[in-house]
Design a protein around this ligand. Structure first.
Ligand code: FES
Length: 129
């Protein structure tokens, strides 16, 4: 193993995340939401909408997006980016699945505080109606 190889933190069995749902992993830097798609892909985002901080874990998962429960912004699960016309980004974390076990990249998680420079995007103003 070289120093540059990521270290993965075991989080849970994939079945601990409901299909088309989510599970929250508490973290000192802010909760992390793990989402499972219908196709059993798993994504991890800061559980904080880039609009006004709604809990994305309580949103509706469809395709590879989640719709925020507060004002219905759609967030791309792979990138954390709000879908146009909205603008903003939820912090994403690298996920690995191995033998139905879900792992998060420790480097990402250890540096997961909202205060980390360059790691978060400030909430965007809502798009003009
Ligand atoms: S807080 Fe998520 S859409 Fe407004």
């Amino acid at each position: 193993m070289t120093l540059s190889e990521p270290i993965w933190l075991h989080v849970c069995d994939i079945d601990a995340i409901p299909r088309l749902g989510s599970r929250v992993m508490p973290h000192a830097g802010g909760d992390i939401a793990l989402f499972r798609t219908e196709a059993d892909k798993v994504f991890a985002l800061r559980d904080k909408c880039p609009h006004k901080g709604g809990a994305l874990s309580q949103g509706i998962v469809h395709g590879e997006r989640v719709t925020c429960p507060l004002h219905a912004w759609n967030i791309d699960l792979a990138t954390g980016q709000a879908c146009a016309p909205d603008v903003g980004c939820a912090r994403r974390f690298a996920v690995r699945i191995d033998a139905d076990q879900v792992y998060l990249c420790v480097d990402d998680v250890d540096d997961a505080g909202d205060e980390a420079p360059g790691k978060t995007t400030e909430p965007a103003e809502p798009a003009a109606a």
